[in-house]
Ligand binder design. Structure first.
Ligand SMILES: *Cc1c(COP(=O)(O)O)cnc(C)c1O
Length: 371
């Protein structure tokens, strides 16, 4: 085993994050307060419209759905090729996730397939910005408008991506981001909901604090409510000052890290575009990639390749198992052709800001030899 594993993804932290966390610990105000307010203000500046911070990306999706009045008896269209978080957030509201196929070029939601799965119960659509690209987002919005659906974007992979000159999160209905340890920016764990729908914003602000009305304003001035009313189901989903302190420093360093991610993806592209593997053809001027995904040619044993790369000191991943193959969401009777075929070929290779160019070439070299 080589001594230094090239990791698939990881948190990339500097002294700034460590000092910021120490600052919060020194002030002994760890819960939701000043740092969370500051992080929300910075995110609001970044997106150009209000952001509300929560404890995870999953919580962001859950609260966004709830605030959009999605619940028991409703159906939500979502691509089956996504992290389990998208599906769990939908079922947490009591609604049913309806697995849909993906577009073969982008691995994002195929709205033409989603259209076939519309019923009188369909209330929303959740496009997942797979790997950092957004697919046919304009067409998805047009489809949603035509069918009176809410759009809750799972933008967990797409922090920093722009679409037709607009920042993801800066337009559309509701966008949800994740700041878990390996995403484009991290706050340890964390996430946010971005929208300009005032009702949704207020609902999310309250629901993250157990439904306590207007508790957010109290917490931001170092107080807590006691004489309050609760009118809706809430959750313990707020962000802590420790998390926000990390997020603030990550956001300050984001443009640098975004460029590093883009450069690595471009290096991979320059090699893989000419050989017998499929890649996602992103324009990395606009896309800030969260993962770099290969589709291996037919007949290649993915497990063998993964084992051999591991021996070369290269960690790989598979994003993701199709959710309709999980027991809880099993719709085995339903065929979702493209996603099923694509899943068998997927292999994610190392991508994070700390990978050196030398190591990128090492990954490329190993894969070339193995294929
Ligand atoms: C990371 C991720 C989420 C949210 O994850 P959390 O770990 O809860 O922050 C949601 N959807 C996708 C596709 C993700 O990759």
């Amino acid at each position: 085993m080589p001594d230094k594993l090239i990791r698939l993804s990881k948190s990339c932290l500097s002294e700034a994050e460590k000092n910021a966390v120490m600052g919060v610990l020194d002030r002994e105000f760890l819960g939701m307060g000043t740092e969370v307010r500051q992080f929300e203000e910075m995110l609001t500046d970044f997106f150009g419209r209000p952001a509300v911070c929560v404890s995870t990306g999953t919580a962001a999706l859950h609260l966004a759905l709830q605030a959009a009045d999605i619940g028991a008896g409703d159906e939500v269209l979502v691509q089956t090729l996504t992290y389990i978080a998208s599906f769990q957030a939908i079922s947490a509201t009591g609604a049913t996730p309806v697995p849909c196929d993906v577009d073969t070029d982008t691995l994002c939601l195929d709205w033409r397939d989603a259209e076939k799965r519309l019923t009188s119960k369909t209330k929303a659509i959740m496009p997942v910005h797979y790997a950092g690209g957004v697919g046919e987002l304009d067409e998805i919005y047009a489809f949603a408008k035509k069918n009176s659906l809410r759009v809750i974007e799972d933008a967990s992979h797409a922090f920093g991506t722009t679409y037709k000159g607009k920042k993801v999160g800066g337009f559309g209905d509701i966008s949800c981001f994740s700041f878990d340890g390996i995403k484009n920016i991290t706050s340890g764990e964390g996430g946010c909901v971005v929208t300009d729908d005032e009702k949704v914003l207020q609902n999310v602000r309250d629901a993250r604090l157990l439904g306590v009305e207007k508790d957010t304003e109290k917490r931001f001035s170092g107080e807590r409510s006691w004489d309050f009313d609760v009118t809706a189901q809430g959750w313990r989903y707020h962000m802590s000052n420790i998390m926000a302190a990390i997020g603030i420093e990550q956001l300050k360093r984001f443009s640098n890290n975004a460029i590093k991610r883009q450069k690595i993806a471009l290096l991979y592209d320059s090699y893989f575009k000419d050989i017998d593997v499929e890649i996602i053809h992103h324009n990395y001027k606009n896309v800030v990639p969260h993962i770099y995904v290969l589709q291996l040619p037919d007949g290649v044993d993915r497990f063998l390749i993964r084992d051999k790369l591991r021996i070369d000191g290269i960690e790989t991943g598979v994003h993701f198992k199709n959710n309709h193959h999980l027991s809880l969401y099993n719709s085995a009777a339903q065929r979702i052709d493209k996603a099923e075929k694509i899943f068998e070929t997927l292999l994610s290779i190392p991508l994070h800001p700390d990978i050196t160019e030398q190591n990128v070439w090492k990954v490329i070299d190993s894969i070339r030899r193995l294929l």
